[in-house]
Design a protein around this ligand. Structure first.
Ligand SMILES: [Zn+2]
Length: 91
């Protein structure tokens, strides 16, 4: 167990559950909890190494991908807040 080692090989064993394999998966349609929002559905195409164990689902992000995922989730979060605000009765 060397969690500090930079992962390089595809299909490496997942560090979290130690049984699944890390495989590239498209994040589109995947649901995320981000900040105070739950179940934000990713709506862009982005390949990220993901644990193939359904019970785990660990994502391997880093650098550019983290920034990209954060940007999309932030956009989805703001869109949801705006929608929610629009649904509220006015003062
Ligand atoms: Zn895993």
């Amino acid at each position: 167990m060397r969690a500090t080692t930079t992962p390089s090989a595809a299909c490496a064993t997942c560090y979290t559950c130690e049984t699944g394999a890390m495989r590239p998966a498209n994040m589109r349609g995947r649901s995320f909890d981000y900040r105070d929002e739950r179940g934000l559905v990713f709506d862009e195409d982005l390949e990220v190494f993901t644990c193939d164990s359904p019970a785990c689902g660990e994502l391997r992000l880093g650098g550019e991908r983290t920034a990209r995922v954060d940007a999309v989730l932030e956009r989805l979060r703001l869109a949801r807040i705006r929608r929610r605000a629009a649904d509220l009765p006015g003062p």
